[in-house]
Design a protein around this ligand. Structure first.
Ligand code: ADP
Ligand code: MG
Length: 661
């Protein structure tokens, strides 16, 4: 007798739930997406016990008629597509018809819904996949789905859920990002009596970022907007798995790809990718290709081991992206992978270049890489704010969002305090913030005298100068023969002389290399450099490129090379050190070496070893020269290793510190 039998729907649903419902946040995601697909403009989410006890999503969308309300819980029941052909042009977030039956099979679910066509609404209750009640009821238009006791019938899954706060933070992060993606809609998230997020509709994403995170975060982000017509880049052959089906579905006009969102300034550095959010056609996804493009855009702007904050909305014609890749719909496949990759990379790079933001004292001092999800309120915040009203005033709401350390993106304030500059007189002064003089005076028992206007504000204070104003800097002198102090109309600047020169040389070497004319200098005596086996292996790989960068070297015995000429500016004693460092660095690279990477590493290494050192006195004309050269670089804000080159103490900061504004 045969052993194979067809699984019952109940079992099939639980298997699907294994993929679709990983944790409470996945339930929220599916319900939220359904509400958005139903055209809702108001979505309210209630959570209890991190979603383990209760998840309720209420919307004002299209609702369902009675028959649909029943059908929605059948496996593969969907209103969003009919034929396989439709899969190629999915416009909705859902399309698999799997979410509701899956969720209903692992929880106690109650659906309340009414479509405008029906006078009365429908209530459906399902426990662990079994229909318990279907009833007519007077209900408002729209849909409300309540999911209780998630995984009550699968104890093994329930055990894997994390602490309530952790699950809540995943939910909050998810809802926050959907709210960012849909600025024109009203989102609310409540946990028990605590309003975690209340975001009425606003005009655009900047307003939304401001509304949710406040000005400080918005100031740390650079807006992004780019568009590329797809016809210009041409359409390569579709991949074989779609070739036949696609023949008539590909429109004659391939349309265009759009990019909008925000990327963080280089001084914001994160220890992991948790602050990178990528949406494709309104769908939150994880994607290695786009991640890679982002890393490439920030290459040599931030250190390789840290990550930026990115909120990216990619929009492209449905035919250009395959969304049917994974049951949880968090992955997609782009039809023109390299076009998407390069467009994302180049657009972000261009935005970073254009903004040329100047690091300020305070942000630099506080810019410790942090691990938290930057665009998510910290879990502790909700507890602290648990007594908030359901519609908190803006101020109360902001308070709930902005306590010290509330957002990882705002630098930890403790650190800033710890790094106050200590002045000789004993008054601790925060680098960039308004100096709390009055407070200090009070502490010392001195009353501050009221100021009726003895310190009028200056005229025409430009608030945000860019690095273009570097060109007008006038050097005053050096601090400890290491940092150049310079002024112009925009304020006071401190330039790290070593990294500034490093940036200048780095760009110069890359340019010279591109033109095949790197300057080289002959050493008086060949220098014998011994190499370890690992170094030898890398040397063999990059010898040719080293030669093109001004190194003349040949094998000398089994384990050494004799260097006869080196790039200009790198003096003999530095040559050995530099070679060792470069070879070690490249041998510890995790990914395979490509020519571009080798070139930039070599250029960075030459720049580092040829640059003016710290503790070196510089004459006035040399300082002037350096500032002029720096102003000419393409990217003067950070060195090839990602450290800042200049710090600015703007006129506004100075005025604030003197309590003039
Ligand atoms: P999918 O979203 O892939 O179609 P689901 O199981 O999530 O599958 O939902 C099944 C169907 O139920 C949807 O196609 C939609 O017609 C209906 N539905 C679900 N949620 C809502 C809602 N909030 N408002 C209106 N209709 C809904
Ligand atoms: Mg769905």
């Amino acid at each position: 007798m045969g052993k194979i039998h067809v699984l019952s729907d109940a079992v099939a649903n639980q298997i699907a739930a294994g993929e679709v419902v990983e944790r409470p946040a996945s339930v929220v995601k599916e319900l939220l997406e359904n509400s958005l697909d139903a055209g809702a403009t108001r979505i309210k989410i209630n959570i209890e016990a991190g979603g383990k006890k209760l998840i309720q999503v209420t919307d004002n969308g299209s609702g369902m008629v009675r028959d649909d309300a029943m059908l929605a819980f059948e496996r593969h029941a969907t209103s969003k597509l009919k034929t396989a052909q439709d899969l190629l042009s999915v416009q909705t977030l859902g399309f698999r018809g799997e979410a509701l039956p899956s969720i209903a099979s692992v929880s106690r679910l109650r659906l309340e819904t009414r479509s405008p066509e029906d006078a009365a609404g429908t209530i459906v209750e399902i426990n662990g996949g079994k229909i318990a009640r279907v009833e007519e009821a007077g209900l408002p238009e729209g849909t409300s789905i309540t999911v209780r006791d998630l995984f009550f019938n699968i104890p093994a899954r329930k055990k894997f859920l994390k602490a309530e706060n952790t699950e809540l933070s995943h939910i909050a992060s998810l809802v926050t990002h959907y709210a960012l993606a849909h600025a024109d809609k009203h989102f609310e998230l409540h946990s028990a009596t605590n309003a975690v997020l209340v975001a009425p509709p606003v005009a655009g994403s900047s307003e939304r970022v401001y509304q949710i995170f406040g000005k400080e975060v918005l100031d740390q982000l650079i807006p992004l907007a780019a568009l590329v017509p797809l016809e210009r880049v041409g359409l390569p052959q579709p991949p074989p798995w779609r070739r036949e089906a696609e023949e008539d579905s590909v429109p004659a006009d391939p349309g265009e790809m759009r990019l909008r969102g925000f990327v963080s300034k280089p001084e914001i550095q994160k220890l992991n990718r948790n602050s990178i959010y990528i949406f494709v056609n309104g769908r939150l996804i994880r994607d290695r290709l786009v991640q890679h493009a982002i890393t490439e855009a920030y290459r040599n702007i931030i250190p390789p081991s840290v990550y930026p904050v990115v909120l990216l909305f990619i929009e492209l014609p449905a035919a250009e992206v395959d969304v049917n890749v994974h049951p949880s719909k968090t992955e997609v496949r782009f039809r023109q992978q390299s076009v998407v990759h390069d467009f994302v990379r180049d657009s972000i790079r261009a935005a970073l270049m254009k903004a040329r933001p100047v690091p300020q004292f305070a942000t630099e001092i506080r810019a410790h890489p942090t691990a938290g999800q930057s665009l998510t309120p910290g879990a502790a915040v909700w507890d602290a704010a648990s007594s908030g009203p359901s519609h908190p005033s803006e101020a109360a709401w902001r308070n709930a969002y902005e306590p010290a350390g509330g957002f990882a993106l705002r630098p930890p304030s403790e650190a800033a305090v710890a790094e106050r500059l200590q002045f000789d007189g004993g008054i601790a002064v925060e680098a960039n913030a308004a100096v709390p003089v009055a407070r200090e005076l009070k502490l010392r028992g001195i009353e501050a005298i009221p100021d009726p206007g003895c310190a009028p504000a200056l005229d025409n204070v430009e608030s945000e100068p860019t690095l273009d104003s570097l060109a007008t800097l006038k050097p005053l002198g050096q601090i400890r023969n290491s940092f150049i102090l310079a002024v112009n109309e925009d304020g006071l600047w401190i330039v790290d002389q070593h990294v500034a020169h490093e940036r200048v040389l780095f760009e110069r070497v890359l340019k010279q290399r591109a033109a095949q004319q790197v300057e080289s200098q002959r050493l008086l005596m060949p220098m014998i450099v011994e190499l370890t086996p690992a170094q030898q292996a890398v040397y063999a790989q990059i010898a040719d490129e080293l030669a093109r960068n001004g190194f003349e070297a040949e094998p000398f015995g089994a384990r050494s090379v004799a260097v006869k000429a080196a790039p200009a500016g790198v003096d003999a004693p530095a040559v050995e050190h530099m070679l060792h460092e470069l070879l070690d660095q490249l041998s510890s690279e995790e990914q395979s070496l490509n020519l571009e990477k080798i070139r930039t590493r070599i250029a960075a290494s030459i720049a580092c070893h040829a640059a003016i050192k710290v503790n070196m006195p510089l004459e006035q004309n040399k300082m002037e020269w350096l500032l002029v050269e720096l102003a000419r670089t393409e990217h003067p804000m950070s060195c090839p290793h990602g450290r800042p080159v200049v710090l600015r103490y703007s006129v506004k900061d100075i005025q604030k510190a003197f309590k003039r504004i």
